[in-house]
Design a protein around this ligand. Structure first.
Ligand code: NG1
Ligand code: ZN
Length: 535
């Protein structure tokens, strides 16, 4: 008897001796060992969709900010969220099945375990970034999806957040939660219109240069620009650089959000003068950081923490001005990588609650879901804002008592439409930043002046076995190996305003060490000492 699952697995055999893990960003590794994984992800996507009675599941082929020779794949839940945790485990197990018979057996075991009717329709949405290996990997995925009998909607090239948007739109079509039209044009129209409304006639000052990391974000942004008000219409002048997707080997090389954040410098190709606003996207456009050169020509970074504080303060003002401060509470969610000065600013100056979660968007997203308005950003620029059902309801039903309240509530509503609530979206995030700056009449210097970052250093330490590093307290303390945390604590106490932690990376085979202190020298010294301890 024919077994299409086993046949497809046979066509894309798993390399012997490799172990795959569905990590914080899905499967991610060298592209040339991913064929078998993609086919198996196809099986999982079909099962997941059937388990949810035929809801659309997303599959994105990308390795974000990783080098051009890498690739990866992740699954997206019906509302655009990251894959549910127990299915991460299932995905990992499936990816590590080697023999075609075992793959097929596992497929049927999962169906039986979750009482999945294999005759239920399975629906899967697929897109990829611009990596050279993407076409081949897409073929491997399609073989898996076809063997599992899934209905497939293929969007070709999309940014990761666009794919999340499509998934959410398709699953909410025709309901009261309808999110938008599930086409690229629908995406541009929705965010373009919201940007215009949110500006409310306030003119963004100067221009913005956006670095596309030579990835999918560049061409998609150029498309989006067609739907934004032009400079003459009171809009924003945007120039796009590093948008070469014809040369995939240039992806993320000397450009992009990760380069800027990690090296704390502008891409060498940048020609911006003092005071010019610049932003860098990462390879799949789900992260954005801002930066500029100050009057002394010193590079200044405005990272995810800055975006979170800027947005939280603006939303806080709008909620107050619309008379809703008593019924809607805003909170900010960060990870341990947030600069201590940012945390302090939110708590002391903005007087908002801060939650700290482990690294990984799913943790931040879950914590933010518990808030009326949850602003969550990783320091590296990945994040968004989410509004609870009750909050949306309250805003919708609210009768403004005067023109001031009316204006504030209209801007708030436009911001809700401008923010991609399915996932952090670099394009939507930078438009939001521009709206806030325009309303506040701020340039990057005023934004930067809200607080002073503590000098900090992030180091990557190669260790023999990173799995022995276990943490607690949102990854801020090590519980294993024994005694290491006590040694770290001792070093931290030696510097002023010191803070440091070590944790195993979820995306690379390394331990990351973060340190901050009152001065650059102390922060660097502390990072070095802690690295020595964990080595
Ligand atoms: P790991 O490798 O687990 O530190 C990195 C980022 C995360 C997140 C994921 C997914 C840092 C310090 N870590 O995780 O914030 O973005 O990649 O891409 O930036
Ligand atoms: Zn990314």
């Amino acid at each position: 008897m024919s077994d299409p699952i086993a046949d497809a697995a046979q066509k894309h055999p798993a390399p012997e001796g490799l172990v795959y893990t569905y990590g914080t960003a899905g499967f991610r590794t060298k592209a040339d060992v991913l064929d078998s994984v993609l086919t198996r992800v196809g099986f999982i996507a079909a099962l997941r969709s059937r388990a949810l009675k035929g809801k659309w599941i997303g599959v994105m082929i990308t390795a974000s900010h990783n080098p051009p020779q890498d690739n990866g794949v992740k699954l997206v839940e019906p509302l655009g969220n990251m894959l549910q945790e127990d299915w991460e485990v299932i995905s990992t197990e499936m990816a590590n099945k080697v023999s075609p018979e075992h793959v097929s057996q596992y497929y049927h075991d999962i169906a039986a375990k979750f009482k999945i009717d294999l005759n239920t329709p399975a629906r899967v949405v697929v897109a990829r970034d611009t990596r050279a290996s993407g076409a081949r990997l897409l073929g491997c995925l399609q073989d898996g999806l076809a063997a599992a009998g899934a209905e497939v909607k293929e969007y070709g090239f999309l940014t990761t957040p666009q794919l999340h948007y499509m998934v959410r739109c398709l699953n909410t079509e025709g309901t009261k939660d309808a999110y938008g039209t599930a086409t690229e044009q629908g995406y541009y129209e929705k965010f373009g219109a919201a940007f215009k409304t949110a500006l409310r006639g306030k003119k963004p000052s100067g221009s913005l240069t956006v670095d596309g990391a030579n990835g999918v974000g560049g061409p998609k942004l150029k498309e989006l620009i067609k739907y934004l008000p032009s400079k003459e219409e009171g809009g924003l002048e945007i120039s796009v650089i590093n948008d070469n997707v014809i040369k995939p080997e240039s992806l993320n090389v000397d450009c992009g959000a990760d380069y800027v954040k990690t090296n704390q410098r502008a891409p060498p190709s940048s020609k911006a003068g003092p005071g010019d606003r610049c932003a860098s996207l990462d390879g799949d456009a789900d992260r954005v950081v801002y930066y500029f050169k100050d009057e002394q020509n010193v590079f200044r970074l405005l990272d995810g923490d800055r975006i979170a504080t800027l947005v939280a303060s603006f939303l806080g003002d709008l909620v107050r001005q619309s008379g809703l401060a008593d019924s809607i509470k805003i909170g900010v969610v960060q990870t341990a990588y947030a600069n201590g000065a940012a945390t302090n600013y939110v708590e002391q100056n903005l007087r908002l609650k801060v939650d700290c979660t482990p690294t990984g968007v799913k943790y931040l997203h879950h914590a933010a879901e518990k808030l009326d308005i949850g602003v969550y950003f990783e320091a590296n620029g990945h994040g968004t804002v989410i509004f609870s059902h009750d909050t949306l309801d309250t805003i919708e039903k609210y009768e403004p008592r005067n023109p001031g309240e009316k204006e504030a509530i209209e801007v708030l509503q436009a911001c809700i439409n401008l923010i991609n609530q399915s996932v952090g979206d670099a394009l939507s995030d930078f438009l939001l930043v521009e709206v806030v700056l325009a309303h506040k009449h701020w340039g990057p210097q005023e934004w930067l002046s809200t607080y002073t970052d503590l000098p900090n250093r992030l180091l990557k330490v190669l260790v023999n076995d990173r799995t022995i590093f276990k943490t607690t307290d949102a990854e801020r303390k090590l519980t294993s190996p024994e005694g290491v945390q006590a040694q770290i604590d001792k070093e931290v106490q030696k510097v002023r305003q010191g803070r440091s932690f070590a944790r195993a990376s979820g995306t690379e085979d390394a331990v990351r060490v973060y340190a901050e202190a009152a001065t650059k020298a102390e922060a660097e010294d502390l990072a070095r000492k802690v690295s020595e301890i964990v080595k």
